[in-house]
Design a protein around this ligand. Structure first.
Ligand code: AKG
Ligand code: FE2
Length: 267
């Protein structure tokens, strides 16, 4: 799947019928870059969740920071950061998001289902992370019809000190796709991690960078399918291409591996 003449056997996508502790360890250790599990969530559960979300009203991520617009149902901590510090209004937003998700009246909490499936693979345990003893948000439904710009995610760099009560030794991004376009909507990941010189290519006040930042780097492009889960290392620059047809809706949360071997999630 890599493009360009160079190959890197560690920069690979692994397709698996399930997440396993070995695959999660490989991701943490950098022996692979992404793990993809088709039909991770039963079709019926996906459809039910999607129908409920289609009838719900989404908010937008901060318009200045996230342009083109990405819609969200639920809360993402990236909107509650000021000078590397999480702002306290996050907690009210988390409460509001919990109520909004309960209001969808789903037979089961899809974030909990995702954590349960990861738990089956991970003996160290999986739970929603906490900060100051308070449980973080479980995750967010994101609608990125116009795509995501080239960016990376790394709580250790974005927040000063520990974001969660436990120190993290690795961070992953989890996505579960509920609605994907036939044309467009691909996730592209580049074999490039942030380095200081990249700052010259950051789009002012944005989460994103100019595409130039990954020019010439090895990449892979993933075409998501409904029900599929993707776990990847978001320190590698990545982007989502605009959709050309249907809405592109995915459930997403961050996953951190703690120094005691637990997996903690947050949104
Ligand atoms: O929607 C996707 O495929 C990836 C979104 C993203 O930027 C992330 O999960 O960090
Ligand atoms: Fe991301």
């Amino acid at each position: 799947m890599s493009s360009g003449p160079l190959q890197d056997r560690f920069f690979s996508v692994v397709d698996s019928s399930e997440f396993t502790s070995e695959l999660i360890e490989d991701l943490a250790a950098g022996r692979c870059a992404a793990v993809r599990v088709a039909d991770f969530m039963p079709r019926e559960m996906c459809e039910r969740t999607l129908r409920a979300l289609e009838a719900a009203s989404f908010d937008t991520y901060g318009k200045q920071r996230v342009e083109p617009t990405v819609m969200r149902f639920g809360v993402g901590v990236s909107d509650y950061r000021s000078d590397g510090v999480m702002v306290d209004s996050y907690w009210a937003a988390v409460d509001e998001a919990r109520t909004a998700w309960l209001g969808l009246d789903l037979p089961a909490d899809p974030f909990q289902q995702c954590r349960a499936a990861l738990s089956a693979a991970w003996p160290g345990g999986v739970r929603v992370g906490s900060r100051g003893g308070r449980e973080m948000g479980a995750g967010v439904a994101r609608e990125a019809n116009q795509g995501f710009r080239v960016h990376f995610d790394d709580a250790a760099g974005e927040f000063s000190g520990n974001l969660l009560d436990s120190p993290l030794v690795a961070q992953f991004a989890f996505n579960l796709y509920l609605s994907v376009p036939e044309v467009g909507g691909e996730t592209v990941v580049w074999r490039h991690r942030w380095q200081p010189a990249d700052e010259a290519l950051r789009i002012p006040d944005s989460y994103g960078f100019s595409e130039e930042v990954v020019a010439g780097d090895i990449s892979f492009e993933l075409k998501p399918s409904v029900g599929e889960a993707l776990l990847f290392d978001p320190r590698n620059y990545h982007a989502v291409r605009p959709s050309r047809s249907t809405r592109r809706i995915a459930l997403g949360f961050a996953v951190g591996l703690t120094d005691t071997g637990e997996l903690l999630t947050w949104g």
